[in-house]
Design a protein around this ligand. Sequence first.
Ligand SMILES: [Zn+2]
Length: 485
Amino acid sequence: MNSFPKITFCTGVGTVTGANFLLEVSSKTKILIDCGMVQGEKFATAENREPFSYDISSITALFITHAHLDHVGRIPKLVKDGYKGPIYSTPETQALAEVVLNDAVNILKEEADREGVSPLYDASDVQQVFPLWKTVNYHEPFKLNDEVSIYLKDAGHILGSAMIEVTLLNGATGADSGSPLAHSALTGTTSGRSQTKILFTGDLGNSPAPLLRDTEAVGDVDYLVMESVYGDRNHEDREGRTNKFKQVIERTIARGGTLIIPAFAIDRTQVLLYELNNMVEKGVIPSIPIFVDSPMAIKATDIYKTGEHLFNNFVQAQIRAGDDIFKFPRLKYTVSQNQSQEIDNAKPPKIILAGSGMSVGGRVVGHEEQYLPDGRNTVLLVGYQTTGSLGRQLVDGLKKVHIHRKTIKVKAHIETLFGYSAHKDGDHLVQFVSTAGDEKGKGRLKKVFTVMGEPGASMHLAQRINDELGVKALVPNRGEIYRLE
Ligand SMILES: [Zn+2]
């Protein structure tokens, strides 16, 4: 297809991971949105080794929605394969991506060693990425060149997460490339022709979230490329989540046990720490030793501290009133393995937060090996657990699991709490689409592409958008190209 503009769904369709979309505005302007790792039972599937489906040297710029690995994980490969253009994101996404990519290097090496192959990339490849990286703040219109301007809106998913609004300028303005302009200059029409707008959502937060601001409205766009992870189901009540968390802690304390929480290093850990901070400081739960046993989570928490201005108003007011929300009595961050030993020595009841979130590698696995065989203990699963992971086996109620080639009896209580999901559920995804339109409520939304979901979830969401909102929605296939009007 030779006419422009057009969009190619390279990867990140029919699956939750591997976001990578190509927007070709003209023969001279081609932009990529996200460059994520394809993940499944493996941290990085073999697919990641395949060459990119486009000519890397023709790409004008890469824009990143947020720092999760399934959105940034193949950037080092892109650069290794010859990409020399700019990479743009919010400052917080850049900082978190550095933590995420450096952590990925270690896991990629372990995985490659096991298989006797060379890793997808190494630390020196990751180093090549950041000199290319430039930052753009939310709500500061940014003109890439005379054909495209970009506007970042808060997605409310993790710190720094942005929806990327791309405006096609029809080549009609003469301002210098790379210079910011007023947002008002980018709306409406240029030379009488309407400007096409496309919004890429990245992942969408489960607003209202404990720490972050709410997802912003869609706005007046022509096309929407949106995530659909939970497109076919709804979460348990958010209202009940704090109470349920409290009850799990209380029951573990009553048994004199240890509570293990496998938690993703970014966002989940900070949200749980914030909840624990509130419960401890208000005396809702007794003060017991609480450990964050994850170097990556500790680094991410430091970045969250620098992004406090992006928290919601309630949390900002709490911080202004003097509360250090990631610090409270008997909370300890353990960086080194030696300090991990201290955790074992601490007398229960106690709480241990550690990665990885699905108990696939990371320090939490060692804790599970030690604490699972004791019925006084609890393992609390707070996130999606993929098929084949240790976390999934626990959710599924297995009474014996294998850890480090040993058979471990599961006598600990296994609890789940999915109200802290960082993704919108089906009802809220539909509600989000319904916010499309201008101030007068008139919309021009032509088409919604549901991506980043299992086929059933993406299809279900597309159907609901068609049926309930009367907006044309479809699930693109991998590699498919759509012409935009
Ligand atoms: Zn994400």
